[in-house]
Design a protein around this ligand. Structure first.
Ligand SMILES: O=P(O)(O)OC[C@H]1O[C@](O)(CO)[C@@H](O)[C@@H]1O
Length: 383
């Protein structure tokens, strides 16, 4: 069934979800980036130009000056002059975010260099009540419910993705788990000798916090000898976690009360002694699927006891950003990935695989969108 590749997703159809990302979410996002700091007029103009180009124009080449300071090896000259919607969605979104960085002079030597355009929103989320509540909840966990609770909050933390606040399709209720291989996930860690566990992070804030707590648990419970946290080397999609976000989150935990503080302090210790290692490979900010992982990164996952793959974008990169039949086998589509893995993902785009026919029928029968709202989630494993 999966021997032939399903069509790659693009954003040309105005009735499609990817089209709404470019035409409904991005205007809100650009406005937020433009106004979060008092930017000079040239940056505002560059952001507006990007929005116009990506919604009603054609792809233009990256800024040469910006490339001198930070290359973008994924530029495709054959897309120059092509309407954005006709290029693959995965590539187009990635290029859009690179162009935001160029518009705000993120790489250009000068006062704006290195200032995260999404920083204010991420900081507000980290400082917010929801994070306080998440941390306070840690004190209420009985030992026998810890594992399930930590997995649940790492999984549903993915739903908090800030890009959802920039769009109309954010669902309010929680649809639930439509593939639940939590038991297999548990077995991969509990029923095998501990080794090095890796986690490919997604968003900062309400997602990264439970991810860090989960990693701390793996170390503390002897389920991993060491853990590696992979984050983006620089800002990428709107709420993606960077090394600075990890440090801010650890500090937030350590400044809290109760169990959160203990965890934050312990995470700090683990960073110092190397049991928790932070890595930030450039590939994570690229528009390619994990089939095209460079050898050095592949080697890292090949020796991992388990890799936890977080979120929607990582999932698209894992199985391929294609209109697969939703019953296409997850194990087959992820066979290319070196080593055992678990995907923790809330569904926020058209890609869905590994479902049963019965589940698909039930979801379709609701008559409501289920692939893109973040209301449904999967825990899928491949050993
Ligand atoms: O933060 P996550 O879970 O990777 O979600 C990001 C998702 O948001 C979008 O950028 C827009 O909704 C999707 O295209 C993308 O897959």
């Amino acid at each position: 069934m999966t021997e032939t590749l399903a069509p790659e997703i693009d954003s040309r159809d105005p009735a499609s979800f990817p089209w709404s990302v470019f035409h409904r979410r991005h205007p809100v996002l650009i406005e937020r980036v433009a106004t979060a700091f008092p930017r000079p007029a040239a940056q505002r103009a560059a952001l507006d130009t990007l929005l116009t180009e990506s919604t009603s124009g054609v792809v233009t080449a990256p800024d040469v000056e910006a490339l001198r300071h930070e290359p973008w090896p994924w530029w495709r000259p054959e897309y120059r002059g092509v309407p954005w919607g006709e290029t693959p969605f995965l590539w187009a979104e990635s290029y859009f975010y690179r162009r935001i960085l160029d518009a705000v002079e993120f790489y250009r030597p000068g006062p704006w260099r290195g200032i995260d355009p999404f920083g204010p929103t991420k900081a507000a989320e980290l400082a917010g009540d929801a994070v306080d509540e998440e941390m306070a909840a840690l004190d209420t966990l009985a030992p026998d419910e810890t594992w399930d609770a930590l997995v649940r909050s790492s999984l549903w933390g993915n739903r908090a993705d800030l890009s959802f606040r920039a769009g109309p399709s954010a669902g309010s209720g929680t649809g639930g788990l439509i593939v639940d291989e939590s038991a297999e996930f548990r077995a991969l860690l509990h029923d095998r000798p501990p080794g090095q566990a890796h986690l490919i992070a997604d968003n900062a804030g309400q997602e990264l916090l439970p991810d860090l707590v989960l990693l701390d648990h793996l170390l503390g419970a002897g389920l991993a000898t060491s853990v590696v946290l992979h984050v983006k080397p620089h800002p990428y999609y709107v709420s993606d976690a960077t090394p600075a976000d990890v440090l801010a989150t650890v500090a937030r935990l350590a400044a809290a009360d109760g169990r959160a503080r203990t965890i934050g302090e312990r995470l700090g210790e683990s960073l110092r002694d190397g049991r928790l290692e932070l890595r930030a490979h450039e590939f994570f900010c690229g528009p390619l699927t994990y089939h095209a992982m460079p050898v050095d990164l592949r080697a890292q996952f090949a020796q991992a006891a388990l890799t936890i793959v977080k979120g929607d974008l990582n999932y698209r990169r894992l199985v391929g950003d294609r209109l697969w039949h939703p019953t296409a086998p997850f194990a087959e589509l992820t066979a290319h990935f070196p080593g055992p893995l678990v995907a923790l993902r809330t569904l926020k785009c058209d890609v869905a695989v590994g479902l049963t026919e019965a589940t698909v029928e039930t979801l379709d029968a609701t008559g409501k969108p289920w692939r893109t709202t973040g209301e449904y989630a999967v825990v899928q494993t491949r050993s």
